[in-house]
Design a binder for this molecule. Structure first.
Ligand code: 2RA
Length: 329
């Protein structure tokens, strides 16, 4: 199995390589791909060194799978060219997510929709992924009517420039800015660009992608997405209104037994999910489970995950694992 990692030198690409290595992905040849300025540089993987190649070289090698984290423009141009030579592309950009001909997949929720014919598969937005992992098992039991979510997102979701901005500000050093305002000691209720309806693109991603992944347009979602000066993971305060009555102990047990979730919910001992603990972990952490006392069929919870792992690299690799295990490539 030849696997290409497109965008291998970026923040997510680097984590993709780490996750492929850690999970012992069954590959025989790694093809790291990056922009022209990195071509020829060596990438270390499982004790061996692999030269970075260009997109054209990688396409000529016709890998079985290409995992992409190279931005929307590169993906729109290169993913169809890989698909033409028989490669299955799993793309981490937003380019294909809402294309009705492409599947948007979180393995714990909807891997079953994948077929051999899917040559370009979309990986959802980080903040959507961690939320739907927790929503799906509850939806199956109680049927979700409405979700109100506010996010607290790590600067790593923006990229290296944002991490540098935060660290430089912390040290009092001037430097390039990823955000229109200071991020250290600040909170920006603004992720991605503003739309005509007053919401940001990130907020609308959470609405539309949730419906698509869960395969249910009747679930109403409203989101406020916020950048905070944190690394390690995204956090979310989520209010869920169900159609049916629910029992809090049963909710806890459903989540404890759901795939990919770790419940951390013991407030008597001050145990709740935090980005510092989720950092470098592949699971979604859920806690602060409590009834919404203003509504008898609503629940409040707090969801945290490493946005570069489950929110990006790990989810992509899990899709690749599913394709291999089910002989879909
Ligand atoms: C963010 N959603 O955190 C992005 C990353 N995909 O900004």
């Amino acid at each position: 199995m030849k696997i290409a990692v497109v965008g291998a030198t970026g923040l997510v690409g680097t984590v993709m390589l780490k996750v492929l290595e850690e999970r012992n992905f069954p590959l025989t040849e790694l093809i790291p791909v990056a922009s022209e300025k990195s071509v020829g540089k060596l990438i270390k993987f499982k004790g061996k060194e692999y030269p970075i190649v260009s997109i054209d070289t990688a396409i000529a090698l016709a890998p079985e799978i290409a995992i992409f984290s190279a931005g929307g423009t590169t993906s729109l141009e290169a993913a169809p060219r890989f698909a033409e030579v028989g490669t299955t592309v799993i793309d981490n950009s937003s380019a294909w997510r809402m294309d009705p001909t492409k599947k948007l997949v979180v393995p714990e929720v909807n891997a079953h929709v994948l077929t051999k014919e899917d040559k370009i598969i979309a990986n959802p937005n980080c903040s959507t992924i961690q939320m739907v992992v927790a929503l799906q098992p509850l939806h199956e039991k109680y049927k979700i009517k409405r979700v109100v979510v506010s996010t607290y997102q790590s600067v790593t979701g923006t990229g290296v420039k944002a991490v540098d901005q935060l660290m430089n500000e912390r040290k009092g050093i001037d430097g390039p800015k990823a955000y229109p305002y200071e991020i250290d000691l600040n909170v920006l209720p603004h992720i991605d660009v503003f739309q005509d309806n007053g919401y940001t693109k990130e907020e609308m991603k959470m609405v539309k992608e949730t419906n698509k992944i869960m395969g249910d347009d009747s679930i109403r979602v409203t989101a406020t997405t916020v950048r905070i000066p944190v690394m390690g993971g995204h956090s979310e305060s989520v209010n869920v209104e169900f159609e049916n009555d629910f029992d809090l102990a049963e909710v806890r047990s459903i989540l404890e037994n759901a795939p990919g979730i770790i419940v951390v919910d013991d407030v008597a001992n001050l145990k709740y999910p935090m980005p510092k603990d989720a950092h470098e972990k592949d699971e979604v952490f859920v806690g602060r489970l409590r009834r919404d006392e203003s509504h008898d069929k609503a629940l409040n919870m707090w969801i945290v995950a490493d946005n570069l792992r489950k929110g990006a690299a790990t989810n992509t690799v899990q899709i690749a694992e599913y394709l291999v295990e089910n002989k879909l490539v």
